[in-house]
Design a protein around this ligand. Sequence first.
Ligand SMILES: C[S@@+](CC[C@H](N)C(=O)[O-])C[C@H]1O[C@@H](n2cnc3c(N)ncnc32)[C@H](O)[C@@H]1O
Length: 380
Amino acid sequence: MELTMCCPTLFGLEGIVADELRFGGKLTDVRAENGRVLFTGDADTLAWANLHLRCAERVLIRLGAFPAKTFDQLFEGVRALPWEQFVPRDGAFPVKGYSLGSALHSVPDCQRIIKKAAVSRLSDAYGVSWFEETGAKYQIQFSLMNDVAELFLDSSGSGLHKRGYRANANAAPLRETLAAAMVKLARWRGREPLLDPFCGSGTITIEAAMIAQRRAPGLMRSFDAEKWSCIDGGVWRQAREAALDLVDRNAKFDITGSDVDRSCVELSIENARKAGVAGTVFFSQADAAKLDYNRQGVLFANPPYGERLLDIQSAQALYTNWGRAIGKSPMKQYVLSSDAEFERCYGRKADKRRKLYNGMIKCDLYMYFKHSAPSIAKKP
Ligand SMILES: C[S@@+](CC[C@H](N)C(=O)[O-])C[C@H]1O[C@@H](n2cnc3c(N)ncnc32)[C@H](O)[C@@H]1O
């Protein structure tokens, strides 16, 4: 069965997800758009994408798109889609979605119409008028954008950032998909030592260890489509076996994380254990402004922004003290912050900046990879 699939992404990560699909998934028909990436493939591709994509939010099957300015158009458009190819008689098919810039702006009303249309189609296919919905979940997702409706089935279930290792997090954890993207943007693959001096719950270091071990991020969790009767169980079994065979448990790398807060260090150790990378990533308690940075390697950091942790003055004072400690360190540095004053406080202008979103918070990834980066004047 040829499927059109769509991976929603955090804004700024579309290109990285497209690369993951082209290189790892060896797909040719990959299109990156604003906030999503589209591609085609079969059930094997769907299973592969769910298990292996590090930076996508979920894998949706795109069933169709059509103009919908009225509820009648919405009903008829949804009713024309081949729901019975996916949803069995006992399947549960809840509906969720959003509407932007469209005449049909009431999401609950759209949900109701879409449900009614899917029930109508399935009633004809199965010859029943009532569905118990006691079986596997086939989450219907819709978007209405500028009066065009697009309909999807969600094959992932919970978002792909939920790897299964971070049941507990500190107060301001970085989304796993974004942490993996930082490591990928730096093209770190395990050869140079890696340090995260603000490790929190350990997300960046754990994602990096999984990348270095070629450990698929989805190995520790399940996906809704694993229970779908329209996909042969062998597809998932083989995809999981292939992903397990890929893991390089003997990979050698040097990853350390530290945090000023003892409870974060304990949390990181526990999360690394759950992720299956214990013994490959080392954590300790330390003040980032007092570490010795006179060493080679790559530094990743997601320091407090002054939004969720610390107030803005304390966060900026921390950037300044930390920047002084880093001084002329030969380390490459990749720092994610939402503070527009970051470079001034840190004391250096980044070689490159990239806009990324940590959930709803607009951030910049400040990248320092050229040696002797020019320092910038501090405001009096
Ligand atoms: C935004 S959180 C990092 C979140 C982390 N990336 C994660 O995914 O969980 C910032 C972290 O910096 C730590 N922190 C604050 N001041 C620090 C300092 N002076 N030295 C080291 N860590 C510090 C906090 O304890 C917090 O865990």
